[in-house]
Design a protein around this ligand. Structure first.
Ligand code: C5P
Length: 228
């Protein structure tokens, strides 16, 4: 990775800050590849659950992380389909349960190590937009452009609530807020690759900023030749 000249834009931040939408759209605008690193942790959580591996079994989890086959299939709509060991698992991956499982297993150093090479393999020409928690700090520390996207916990819970309602999933705002705050705490306080902005990251608070404005702000920082 250290000698890979392909540029990377990293977008890190807490759960529900809008990183997914922003990163996907940015990748579309630039015609670059997109890495949804959270989906990898979620997919490992699901594969582990399918295999009956508990969150308290670090060795088996790491081994599961290194052999799980995860595929993203782009389609016309915004979100790609995700296959885990050749089984479609898109809806399962996006569930709140998969999010908290991912957060629990992502705190385990061996699991994180097992996913490093896979994440770096997404760095392909002409460029990569990488979305996660440690993209700018650990996986792509040499990325020329780093962003840290955040928003207040209540704003993030409300966005998530709206998204789920639109999908016909009924869930209480209170429990979403609790889930988000718990996940932030665990992600920010773990020993390995904790959630934090890289020292050279541009910090964007999107609490009262629409997605389009966030994208505009990011584009205004990038060199114009990225868009050609
Ligand atoms: O971004 P998303 O909500 O899909 O991530 C799910 C969980 O995976 C996060 O709460 C975090 O614990 C973990 N994760 C991580 N490092 C990443 C991406 C996600 O630890 N780069």
């Amino acid at each position: 990775m250290m000698n890979n000249p392909v540029p990377v834009i990293t977008i890190d931040g807490p759960a529900g800050a809008g990183k997914g939408t922003v990163s996907r759209r940015l990748a579309q605008v630039l015609n670059w590849a997109y890495l949804d690193s959270g989906a990898l942790y979620r997919a490992v959580g699901i594969a582990a659950a399918w295999e009956g591996i508990g969150l308290d079994e670090p060795r088996q989890l790491a081994e599961c992380a290194s052999r799980t086959n995860i595929k993203f299939i782009t389609q016309d709509t915004d979100e790609p389909k995700i296959y885990v060991n050749d089984k479609e698992a898109t809806a399962e991956i996006r569930s709140e349960l998969a999010g908290s499982m991912a957060s629990a297993l992502a705190a385990q150093p061996a699991v994180r190590t097992a996913l490093i090479a896979l994440q770096r393999s997404f760095q392909q020409a002409p460029g990569l937009v990488a979305d996660g928690r440690d993209m700018g700090t650990v996986i792509f520390p040499e990325a020329p452009y780093k962003f840290y996207l955040t928003a207040s916990p209540m704003e993030r819970a409300q966005r998530r609530h709206k998204q789920l309602m639109e999908k016909g999933v009924s869930v209480k705002l209170d429990s979403l807020l609790h889930e988000i705050v718990t996940r932030d705490e665990r992600d920010a306080n773990r020993a390995v690759a904790p959630l934090r902005p890289a020292d050279d990251a541009h910090i964007i608070d999107s609490t009262s900023l629409p997605i389009d404005s966030v994208i505009e702000r990011i584009l205004s920082v990038l060199p114009s030749h990225y868009r050609t």
